[in-house]
Design a protein around this ligand. Structure first.
Ligand SMILES: [Zn+2]
Ligand SMILES: [Zn+2]
Length: 430
């Protein structure tokens, strides 16, 4: 399931000697989570939210560890989704699972005890793992912190006007599950979408790239690779040409876009001219408009490789993730609440991946805050980050994230003007 932990690439000095961790505020220690004074306003309710979450910490962290130990890739998160759904039911949520078209999606709701005349605030959680690596993106901590926030809000649910919505969102790493959930109406009426993502730094602002997955299949003709290779059409040659073309294309690409891929099928034997090869590429750009032209160019490179090798091809684009609309109002409330626990916002990452949370940000006010679970300099999607996601530090951060998500949600439930300001930001961002 996992790669060799002793591989040279993972034990190189650069990978094992990250810099110190300035984001680990003293208040992030679990012993101090209970005693920290939350940010104003509503400090009393926020203290009680934190108390309810910490009272359930065994349950929350057990969920994180179980998911970490049983990594399931995109669209196949059956155990994780079942465990999350079961925990939410136990805490009084009305749970829809599956929700919409995705078997591993969850929508759980808890109406406030003070009536429905209030906002609908969504707490989101991802739980998919990376093929061949496990929880190298730490989504186990996201699932557990989202459930933790939901537990805290439910405990004080009688004091709320509006509706708490928990959305378990599959397939972030591939396929953009949230887009399906948006199309299935599962975000309808949501006034704010909150979550937490683990990182090697702590920051609320982020600028994810627009991204699509691309499957490329070349079709050729088999032949004996020594006796009569001239009778074949080599689908591997086409694939090699495509990778070479992409490599040359990078020279002309802006530095902030990304094109990367792997070969998933490269033939079956050295003495057979391959009649089928398959690759999985990703195209990414910070600019949605430029991204469209990149796709056209990539199509041209594939067609060129096929023409040169007398092969044919299939090209399938899926899982579009969008860039993210910022929401300064929600970001400001996250930073203020986090500061009370000693977390210093380190500013957005200079480089970024992609997330289907971007798609959500075009439907309602959204934030994508990240908190440190690993020493700064730890690479994402790595064995080191995977292992970091089940350490005591990750556990502390999971509980802290649950508290912060619940506290920001509480402010939104308590203050209609804050919800209105978040929507004003949403509209202002185009
Ligand atoms: Zn992730
Ligand atoms: Zn990831």
């Amino acid at each position: 399931m996992t790669a060799d932990p002793t591989s040279p690439a993972e034990t190189s000095p650069a990978a094992t000697s990250p810099t110190s961790d300035p984001s680990a505020g003293a208040g992030a220690d679990p012993a101090t989570l209970a005693s920290a004074a939350p940010a104003a306003p509503h400090a009393d309710a926020k203290t009680r939210l934190a108390g309810a979450i910490l009272a359930a910490s065994d349950e929350i962290l057990d969920l994180s560890h179980r998911i970490h130990a049983d990594p399931e890739p995109a669209f196949e998160e059956h155990h994780a989704a079942a465990w999350v759904a079961e925990t939410l039911r136990r805490h009084g949520y009305e749970v829809e699972h599956p929700a919409g078209r995705l078997a591993t999606a969850i929508r759980a709701t808890r109406r406030g005890g003070r009536g429905s005349d209030g906002p609908r605030i969504a707490v989101l959680a991802e739980y998919d793992a990376l093929p061949g690596l496990g929880h190298g993106c730490g989504h186990n901590t996201m699932a557990a912190s989202g459930v933790g926030a939901a537990i805290g809000l439910a405990a004080l649910g009688d004091e709320i006007a509006g509706e708490i919505v928990f959305l378990g969102t599959p397939a972030e790493e591939r396929g953009s599950g949230k887009q399906f959930m948006i199309e299935d109406g599962l975000f309808e009426g949501v006034d704010a979408a909150l979550l937490f993502h683990p990182c090697d730094r702590s920051h609320v602002g982020s600028f994810p790239l627009a991204s699509e997955d691309v499957e490329v299949v070349f079709h050729g003709l088999q032949a004996h690779a020594a006796a009569d290779p001239w009778r074949g059409k080599n689908a591997l040659d086409a694939m090699i040409l495509l990778f070479a073309s992409v490599g040359l294309w990078r020279q002309q690409l802006p530095t902030d876009v990304r094109v990367h891929g792997i070969i998933q099928e490269g033939g079956t034997a050295a003495n057979i001219i391959p009649d089928r090869t398959r690759a999985w590429f990703m195209l990414r750009s910070p600019d949605q408009a430029r991204y469209a032209s990149m796709k056209e160019r990539f199509r041209g490179l594939v067609a060129g490789a096929a023409l040169a090798t007398d092969t044919t091809f299939d090209l399938t684009f899926t899982g579009g993730a969008m860039t993210m609309k910022p929401n300064p109002t929600l970001e400001g409330r996250w930073v203020a609440n986090a500061a009370a626990y000693g977390v210093v916002d380190q500013g957005p990452d200079p480089n970024s991946g992609s997330t289907d949370m971007g798609n959500v940000s075009w439907t309602c006010p959204t934030i994508h805050p990240e908190l440190s679970i690993a020493p700064e300099g730890t690479a994402g999607h790595s064995i080191l980050f995977r292992d970091a996601a089940a350490t005591p530090k990750a556990d502390r951060t999971t509980l802290l994230a649950a508290i912060l998500v619940a506290q920001v949600a509480w402010e939104l439930f308590a203050d209609p003007e804050l919800v209105a300001a978040a929507w004003r930001d949403f509209r202002a961002a185009g």
